[in-house]
Write a protein that binds this ligand. Structure first.
Ligand code: DAH
Length: 340
C-alpha cells in the first residue's frame, strides 16, 4: 500500500461513517478499521516492510486515518442518539389496539352488598353505617337483650377491655339511626359482625350482615309491607321465580318475629342437595319493631311503627354462587376469586 491508497482509505472511512444510519453500523465500521484484527493494526504491522524513505509519511497518514475514524465514529454516534427520540415517536402506531391490562374483579361479598344496595335503593332505602366497636347498650340493651341473656356471654361475644364489644350483629345501627333522625326511616346497613364462633365450613368469627329498617309515623306499617319487601328483594337477588315464606320465630327486638325463607333457586322448591331436600332456604330474621325499642330511641310507639330484618351476606353469596365452604371467601386465593 502506498500513500495515495492510504489517503483513499481514509476518505472511504469518513464517507461510510457519515452514511451509517444506526449505532450498530457505526460500531461495525469502527471494528473494521480499529478492531484487533482490523485494517489499521494490519497496516502498522506492515510498516516494517515500507521503504525507509516513505515510512515517516506513511506513519503520519496512518495516524490521520486512525484519528479520522475515532473522531468520525464519536461524532456520528452522538448525532444518531440525538435523533433517537423523534425516531421512536414517529414509529409509534396510534391506530394499534391498546395493550390489554388485566384488571381485578369484585369480591363475591362486595358483589352481594352492591347488588343489595341497588335493589333496596329502588325501594327508597339508603345506606347507613355504624362502627364495628359498639357499646353494649346499642348492641344488646337497646335491643331488649338484657345482661343475663346468653348472647352476652363471654363465650359468644368479643368483649373489649373498655367494656365495649365487637358488634355481634348490624342491628345496633337501627338504634344509632333512630336516635339521630325522626321517621320516616328507610335504611339498610351492610357491614362486618363478630362472634366467637369456631371456624368451619359454615361459620366464621368474622362475617357480614345486611340490616334493614323501615319506620313510618303517619301510617301503620304491617307484616304485609315486610313480606312484599322481602319478596321483591328475593326475586331481584335470586331470580323471578323465587318465593318467600315466613315462619314464626323469636327475636328480642321484634314482635312478632319471623324467620324468612326463600324457595330454593336451584330446584325451584322440589327439594335438592342445596336446600337439603326441603325446597326452602333460610335467609333472614325479621319482624315488626318492638314498641319498647321505639320508646327507647324517643319515638312515640302509639303513632310509629315499622319492620326490621337482618341477613347474612356470606350465606347469600354461598347460595347464589354455589360456594360450599365459607372459608373460601376469606382466603384470597386468586384461583377462587378470579371466577367472579
Ligand atoms: N340481628 C339478628 C341476628 O343477627 C337478625 C335479625 C333478626 C335482624 C330480626 C333484625 C330482625 O333486624 O328484625 O341474628
Amino acid at each position: 500500500m502506498d500513500i495515495v491508497e492510504l489517503n483513499k482509505l481514509k476518505d472511504e472511512a469518513i464517507a461510510s461513517i457519515s452514511a451509517a444510519t444506526d449505532n450498530d453500523a457505526v460500531e461495525a465500521i469502527r471494528i473494521k478499521y480499529l478492531g484487533r484484527k482490523g485494517l489499521l493494526p494490519a497496516l502498522m504491522k506492515g510498516m516494517k516492510d515500507v521503504e525507509p524513505s516513505e515510512r515517516a509519511a506513511m506513519g503520519i497518514a496512518a495516524n490521520e486515518l486512525k484519528n479520522a475514524v475515532i473522531d468520525g465514529v464519536a461524532r456520528r454516534k452522538s448525532e444518531l442518539s440525538a435523533t433517537d427520540e423523534p425516531k421512536q415517536a414517529a414509529s409509534f402506531d396510534y391506530s394499534l389496539p391498546g395493550r390489554w391490562q388485566r384488571i381485578g374483579s369484585m369480591h363475591p361479598i362486595t358483589m352481594i352488598i352492591e347488588e343489595a344496595i341497588r335493589i333496596f335503593g329502588k325501594l327508597g332505602f339508603i345506606v347507613a353505617e355504624g362502627p364495628d366497636v359498639e357499646t353494649a347498650y346499642n348492641n344488646f340493651e337497646a335491643l331488649n337483650t338484657p345482661a343475663h341473656h346468653p348472647s352476652q356471654d363471654e363465650r359468644d361475644t368479643f368483649w373489649l377491655h373498655t367494656g365495649e364489644l365487637l358488634r355481634t350483629q348490624t342491628s345496633p345501627v337501627q338504634i344509632r339511626t333512630m336516635k339521630e333522625q325522626k321517621p320516616p326511616v328507610r335504611i339498610i346497613t351492610p357491614g362486618r359482625c363478630y362472634r366467637r364462633d369456631t371456624t368451619d365450613a359454615t361459620h366464621s368469627a368474622n362475617f357480614h350482615q345486611i340490616e334493614g329498617l323501615y319506620i313510618e309515623s303517619d301510617r301503620k306499617v304491617s307484616l304485609a309491607d315486610l313480606k312484599s319487601t322481602m319478596a321483591y328483594f328475593a326475586q331481584e337477588m335470586m331470580g323471578d321465580q323465587v318465593k318467600v315464606r315466613f315462619r314464626p320465630h323469636f327475636f328480642p327486638f321484634t314482635e312478632p318475629s319471623v324467620e324468612c325463607d326463600f324457595t330454593c333457586h336451584v330446584c325451584g322448591g322440589s327439594g335438592c342437595r342445596v336446600c337439603k331436600q326441603s325446597g326452602w332456604i333460610e335467609i333472614a330474621g325479621a319482624g315488626m319493631v318492638d314498641p319498647r325499642v321505639l320508646e327507647r330511641v324517643g319515638y312515640d310507639p302509639e303513632i310509629t311503627s315499622g319492620f326490621a330484618f337482618g341477613m347474612g351476606i356470606e350465606r347469600i353469596a354461598m347460595i347464589k354462587y354455589g360456594v360450599n365452604d365459607i372459608r373460601l371467601l376469606y382466603e384470597n386465593d386468586m384461583r377462587f376469586l378470579s371466577q367472579f
